[in-house]
Each structure stands twice: as structure tokens, then as C-alpha cells.
Design a protein around this ligand. Structure first.
Ligand code: PFF
Length: 464
């Protein structure tokens, strides 16, 4: 009953290519756009520390679990869970893991495409010289004017989705591998150049202190949940994206080593992005808690003051858009792979339907920044904030919780040992401690102690 299933479609030719693809999924808007702005909204230091702890003790074990389940099942997350529950005679309800991934994927992709559209539109603005020598008011007004123009935002959102749908319908993973090989290091280099600029600015010390002075008082209840949600989001965890990629990982590759490389890379990019953005915030008298526009105001300001800023600024937003595309591809993979397996339809037809659903949902996010800005859903959140909160802070950690429990307690010991390459008992013990103990208990603890209980009460009372 426990024979290995052969992959239905072959993919990564080596572990290194898996690392690139998984890093392409992990490194995206979550690191460069989202991490700095939510760290800013949540007071910096203590939030950053919590996020790092969540990445290390919750994220890493759950990422290992996802890769392992994917490689054991060798199918889309839903079918992987179906085949694993059948093989190991466990409850069919575990397939919920796959479904959470599909639904969270739609929710995330819907707003991800909108923000990625902002990045796409900024390529032209940077290249056109809008920000050369610009001051804070030019940068802020340009962004606010953009937010107030839903049609323009829909145009860029649509363009981003069209590119994504085109790529996923081709299944050009090989092409992507090649591109990731070049773009990712380039993005990294450009971030380091920006870091140099920030270090040379007068605000570096202040930016550093903001990120690393652990002022626990700045934390409110909800911040713990947001920090954990961010750890899941940034590592692409809890919705089967990494599981879907793990389905194509060659059997001989070490999971622990591979996952550590991805987690370190991803965290490094987020921290550097923060160290780039906060000094610019302080030097220019901006507010760290200004929200989703943070990157779109600060980065153009910095490039506007730099020699060759027009070129490098455009390149920066090009690379960010590229990083967003490689993430968007993985966000849609659990649903796409499932539908391809189930209906045997062409990838392209399914990709178009997926893109269309995300597009419609995304209109709500577009409007959240203008005509719907006073329209609140759950607990006083706008449409965008609600979709974001529900997917990132609730669905991903909940999916991750189930994945951890399944991987620690339902999978037979011999499979775990074989997948993780454990020879003695120490590895197994560590696995039980981290994946079976700390990670799921950590998620539960954060769920219980955060404002989530209050949120449900609010939700419930608003439904009544
Ligand atoms: N990790 C991506 C980012 O940081 O931008 C976003 C993401 C990708 C989330 C894939 C979830 C996912 F399944």
C-alpha cells in the first residue's frame, strides 16, 4: 500500500531548480511591498522579531511538511491529499487542506494582481522621469492620484493577469526556471544597491532602530496574528503552493537543506527591503504606518535622487513585477493542477477561467482604494483588507496547522523517515517536537491569544 507514486508530469530537473522555483514563489510582493508596510503599521521591532520567530519555528517545519506531502503524493494538493488519505486509511476530511489552498489562492491572487499592477505601472512612471528630483509631495500625490483612478488600476491589474494566465497556460516552467536564474539575483543586487543608498543616508540609524529595537509595547493583540500570517504568506505556506511544487522534486533531494536555503533567502530579501525603505521614510519625514502605499512612495523618492535613477528605478519595478509573476504562478498552481487532473481540459482553458475569477474579485480591491473606501466588511475592514486578512491571517495558518498535524501524526513513520532521510531516532524526535508540537501549538496559541476571538464575535454580531 505504501508504494511511491510516479509523478503525472515531470518537472524540476534538479534540486537546484526546485530551489529557484520555490524561491521564486516565496520572494515576491510579500517581501518587498507587504513586509515593510505591515512592519510599519505594527510598530517595527517587536513585530519583526515575532515574524522572524514564526518563520523559524513554524514556517520551516511546515514548509518541510508541505514538500514532503507533495513529493509523497506527486499530484495537485487536493489529489495528493486524496491519495494519501486513501493509502494510509485516514479521514477524508484531510482533503480540506487542498480545498483551503484553492480558495485561499483565488483570494490572494485577486489582490496580488492589483498590487502587481501598481508595480507594472511604476516601470513606465520611473522611466518617464516623473520622480527625478521629486520631493515627498510629488511622490505621495502621484500615488494617491493613481489610487483614485480605478479604471487605470484595472488596466494594469488586467495586464498582470493576462501575462500570468499566458505563462501558466503554456506551462512554461522551463522558461521560468531560466528567467528566475537571472532575474532573482539581479533583483537581489538592486536591493543591495538601494541598501547602500539607505546606509549612506541620514536616516539609516533611525530605520535600523525602528526595525530592530524590540519595543514590546508597540505590539497590540492583533499584531501577533499578523506577524504569523506574514510568515505563512511570505514563505507561500498553508495553501499547497509549495506542496504542488514539491510534487515535482526528485526523490533523492534533501528536504531540510532545500527548505532552509529558501527560508533564509526569503527572509533576507524582506529584511533588506525593510532596511531600504525605513531610512527613506525617516529622512523624508514620512509616516512608517502609511499602509500599502509605503513602497510606492519611498522607492521612487530614493531613485529620484540617484544618478541613473530613471534607469535603475524602472529596472527595480520591472524586477518586482517579475518577482510578483513567479509568485502568482505558484498561487494558481494548486487550483490549476487539480482542474487539469480532474477534467483533463487544456491548461489554457482552465488558466483563463482562473484568471477571470481572480479578475472579478480583484475589482473589489481596486475599488477599496477609492469609491469603496468607506465600505466595510468584517470588523471594520475594507474589501481589500478583509480579503487579505481572511486569506493571510486565518486561512494560511489554518491550512498550515492541518498540514503539520497530518505530516507529523498521520503519515507513517517509515514514510517520514524515508522522505526526510532520517536514519536514527534523533531526526524523528526533532520532527515530532517541531512539526508535531511547536508549529501546530504555535499556530493554535496565536489564534487563541490574538484578536481572532474578538473578530469572530464581531463577525457573528454583524451577520445577525
Ligand atoms: N510568497 C509570496 C510573496 O511573498 O509575495 C506570496 C504567495 C505565493 C503566497 C504563493 C502564497 C502562495 F501560495
Amino acid at each position: 500500500m505504501t508504494q511511491q507514486v510516479e509523478p503525472s508530469h515531470e518537472m524540476w530537473s534538479s534540486r537546484w531548480l526546485f530551489v529557484l522555483a520555490a524561491a521564486g514563489s516565496a520572494v515576491g510582493l510579500g517581501n518587498i511591498w507587504k513586509f515593510p508596510y505591515i512592519a510599519g503599521e505594527n510598530g517595527g521591532g517587536a513585530f519583526v522579531l515575532l515574524y522572524l520567530v514564526c518563520v523559524a519555528v513554524i514556517g520551516v517545519p511546515i514548509m518541510m511538511a508541505e514538500v514532503m506531502l507533495g513529493r509523497e503524493g506527486r499530484r495537485s494538493p487536493i489529489n495528493t491529499m486524496m491519495s494519501l488519505t486513501a493509502r494510509f486509511r485516514s479521514n477524508r476530511l484531510w482533503v480540506l487542506i487542498g480545498w483551503i489552498g484553492v480558495i485561499a489562492g483565488f483570494l490572494i491572487l485577486s489582490y496580488y494582481a492589483v498590487i502587481a499592477g501598481w508595480a507594472l505601472s511604476y516601470i513606465g512612471r520611473m522611466a518617464g522621469g516623473t520622480f527625478v528630483g521629486a520631493d515627498t509631495s510629488v511622490a505621495t500625490n502621484t500615488f494617491e492620484d493613481f489610487l483614485g483612478d480605478p479604471l487605470l488600476m484595472v488596466f494594469w491589474q488586467t495586464l498582470f493577469l493576462l501575462i500570468t494566465v499566458w505563462i501558466i497556460s503554456k506551462g512554461v516552467v522551463r522558461g521560468l526556471e531560466r528567467a528566475i536564474r537571472w532575474f532573482m539575483p539581479l533583483l537581489f543586487v538592486l536591493l543591495v544597491v538601494l541598501l547602500g543608498y539607505s546606509i549612506a543616508s541620514n536616516g539609516f540609524q533611525q530605520g535600523w532602530n525602528f526595525m530592530f529595537s524590540f519595543n514590546l509595547e508597540a505590539l497590540d493583540q492583533d499584531a501577533v496574528l499578523v506577524a504569523m500570517g506574514q510568515a505563512f504568506f511570505t514563505l507561500s505556506l498553508g495553501m499547497g503552493a509549495i506542496m504542488a511544487y514539491g510534487a515535482y522534486l526528485p526523490s533523492a533531494s534533501s528536504i531540510a537543506g532545500t527548505v532552509s536555503v529558501i527560508a533564509v533567502l526569503d527572509t533576507l530579501v524582506a529584511i533588506i527591503a525593510g532596511l531600504v525603505i525605513f531610512p527613506i521614510v525617516f529622512v523624508n519625514g514620512l509616516e512608517p504606518q502609511q499602509g500599502p502605499g509605503l513602497m510606492f512612495v519611498t522607492v521612487p523618492l530614493a531613485f529620484g535622487q540617484m544618478p541613473l535613477g530613471v534607469f535603475f528605478g524602472a529596472l527595480f519595478f520591472l524586477l518586482v513585477s517579475f518577482a510578483a509573476i513567479t509568485s502568482a504562478i505558484s498561487i494558481s498552481e494548486p487550483a490549476l493542477a487539480y482542474l487539469v487532473e480532474k477534467y483533463k481540459l487544456k491548461r489554457s482553458s482552465i488558466a483563463i477561467v482562473l484568471g477571470f475569477i481572480s479578475w472579478i474579485l480583484g475589482i473589489g480591491t481596486v475599488l477599496s482604494f477609492s469609491s469603496w473606501s468607506d465600505f466595510y466588511l468584517f470588523g471594520g475592514l475594507t474589501f481589500f483588507d478583509s480579503v487579505d486578512y481572511l486569506s493571510q491571517n486565518i486561512m494560511l495558518p489554518f491550512g498550515g496547522l492541518l498540514i503539520a498535524i497530518f505530516a507529523a501524526y498521520v503519515l507513517p513513520k517509515n514514510i517520514i523517515k524515508q522522505q526526510l532521510g532520517f536514519t536514527g531516532e534523533t531526526g524523528m524526535l526533532l520532527w515530532k517536537i517541531f512539526c508535531g508540537g511547536i508549529a501546530p501549538l504555535g499556530v493554535l496559541f496565536v489564534f487563541i491569544t490574538s484578536g481572532l476571538g474578538d473578530l469572530f464575535i464581531t463577525l457573528f454580531s454583524s451577520v445577525k
